[in-house]
Ligand binder design. Sequence first.
Ligand SMILES: Cc1ncc(COP(=O)(O)O)c(C=O)c1O
Length: 377
Amino acid sequence: MNNDKTCHPETLALHYRIDNSVTRPVATPIYQNSAFSADSPYFYTRKSNPNSVELEGALAILEKAEHVISTTTGMSALNLVLQLLHPGDHLVVNKHIYGCSYKLFQRHAEQYGLKLSLLDLSCEEGQELIPADVAMIILETPTNPFLKTVPIRKIAELAAARNPACLIVVDNTWATPLFQKPLENGAHISLASATKYISGHSDVMGGYIAVNDENLAEELRQTRFYTGAILDPHSAWLLRRSLHTFPLRMREHVRVTARLAEFLQPRPEVAKVYLPEVDGEQLRDYGGILFFQLQPELCRRYSEFARALTLFDTGTGMACVSSMVAQPWSGSHASMTTEEKLAMGLDEGLVRLCFGFEKPEDLIADLERAFTSLTSG
Ligand SMILES: Cc1ncc(COP(=O)(O)O)c(C=O)c1O
């Protein structure tokens, strides 16, 4: 602080600061600034900021990772990882995947001359097709849609036998770092959309990448710095705040989802309920979102069903405090062509339910009313 009383009041007011070396806030405040003094380790918020660093440290503990790199969104985390590839590289993607991720890979492969293969890595036939020149495998487990689980360690071993330098990338958004730690299971990179369960309140966007390898972390940090993909301080602060209740929220998601799955399974309007296989090792628990398939005769009546619900909001939001209903066909996978969606096994009768913290009995009554309106109409 400049105390030179010969300066004008305007100049002194400009330089006035509280003494930051003696403040002791119990929660880290928001560092809503772009620049730091030259002797600060933070330098410039596009490179690093106390709020993103604190969030990254907390996420690293949960992911059991040496390094976490926070990003603006889940998509920007995926995009940063794609920058690790070079023209001619072979990218393998598990065929059940979020629609926008699929589109990003397809566009990136076209633009930068990558080979792109879609395989079903949840089954042996697909696993055997992993090519000899594979450079990177990106997979979700459980998958969006259908919540299929992919054995991370097995995929890592199969890929390493073909190319020891192959990077295994797991999108951990749906399992969350509470229930699945991909790096412990042989993945090189675990990434996620923090917009979902980490935020948990549908009010902030973010993403992150977790790695153990120092060189990989440095490369990703450099790309983030040059492309400006770092999470802003306010979002980082909000996400760090949300992390305090993250395990509590997840436990309630698990409880509500189990109760609702029990209700849905025997319903005559439901052909199948999709939930992941919780093996207790790779995936330790699961909750929050399930899919169900409407009976063939009701397949075209999703909109009526969704309209009849009063406690489930419609739209792309998910993993938050209140429940949501969505149709992957017209929502999360809308950017794919009809042929691409059908090839994934997706049709208009697949429904996604995200459960919030309403009383399960109220959600059940709401669903019961909506089912009855379909069959009595
Ligand atoms: C599995 C998965 N990965 C990545 C994303 C992208 O995350 P974001 O919306 O934060 O960019 C989503 C979004 O729904 C997702 O479901």
